[in-house]
Design a protein around this ligand. Sequence first.
Ligand code: BGC
Length: 510
Amino acid sequence: MATSQAERARPLHFHALPLLTMDVGSFADVPQDLLKEIETLEGLFTTDTEKLKQITEQFEKELTKGLSVEGGSIPMNPTWVMSYPTGYETGTYLALDMGGTNLRVCQITLTEAKSEFDIIQSKYRMPEELKTGEADELWEYIADCLMQFLETHHGDTSKLEKLPLGFTFSYPATQNYVDEGILQRWTKGFDIAGVEGHNVVPMFEAALAARGVPIKLSALINDTTGTLIASAYTDTKMKIGCIFGTGCNAAYMEDCGSIPKLAHLNLPPETPMAINCEWGAFDNEHKVLPRTPYDVTIDKDSPRPGQQAFEKMIAGLYLGEIFRLVMVDLHDNRDTHIFANQDISKLRKAYSLDSSFLSAIEEFVLPSAPDPFENLSETAELFQNKLDIRPSLPELELIRRTAELIGTRAARLSACGVAAISKKKGYETCHVGADGSVFNKYPQFKARGAAALREILDWPEKSDPKEDDPIEILAAEDGSGVGAALIAALTLQRVKDGNMHGILHPENFV
Ligand code: BGC
């Protein structure tokens, strides 16, 4: 298999391990076996340049298909965000982000000064039971958090005038109207009955009304659209917003003339329309992504088998689980039987390792560390503390390489999505705003993604390492706070200007 530059950047140092310090007498053949396993894993997880180009080509076709009347596997949901911000938006807005781990409520004031804002915020824990519980409990909990926020920051809410709210609901939802969001399916491990296929807006509004929460919903947004708009508020080169976190997805601005599924609305062809791609669903029909047996297991055991094929290979929710499945397989089924004679019951628990576990392993062996191999002892501690497993030194090397393979594959596949949107739109240079725990915290995710983008788009090697890449993936502004406020502001402004496209309940926008 051809090995790309990025893949070669961290060579195998297996021979460099101080095997002499180990008791090799009883398992002298282990290193050879492990080496074979590492090679097998490399074969499974490596994505060479050719493969990335092939994926990108298919991705671009699927983006276009998703905009067609018949549709494809990528939903390509129009969001009714119909302009970039100017930087001169003003006003006070609430923003609610129903994320996977937290519920965040913010109050954002877009000030008179260009591209500036003030923000106050509170975070509430998103109880794990709610994610698979009853729909009513979810909406009631959210309404309670909002009320608590208002009481804390505004005191007596009975006299409060209704504040406009941008609600970041980061799940695939079709929006035939601005003020409508029909949940296509839960993602990211949520599984609440009675919401899929339904409009979430009336459910949410009913909970607000029942508690008398003085809020009017002005925009239902996806975190990627929020990221795009928040980033474009301060940087006009921003053309794509991405999330690489618990889930993964992107949004970009399309022209209405290139969205055949909206043709019946006769919108002016040059009018922009932000599209929430929901690209996690790319290749649900398994045509092009190089799936491993571990990816097949993840899918089979997930609440929604057959969905989110791309996301399940990339997003933070799954990276630790892929790693765990590899480890269990190597213990149970392969000739090597890693962690032999040890109790691996903790490792057997599904989803017990999250992506921060992999981040930590990769962090310890960053090439910048004084001696990356010395630092395997930190990984040993991690295994001991979290899993009660004491890996041997060669096993630690296998662990490190496995983490690196999984993390690298995620970053490289992510780049295919960014490259596909850029190619579709003909962007030769632009900025991409990215957010999410994997993007922000996973060691080398950015550098690996940038290297993959260079390979896919055939950019020449840089003559000066400080030179910017033509398309740069940069840390985004706060999409679900500032982005949500901006989208609420843009929507209210356009209604004021008489652009009523996609507005179902005009009374909510005055
Ligand atoms: C959801 C998207 C979201 C992404 C990142 C995915 O699971 O379907 O709507 O943008 O996660 O949060």
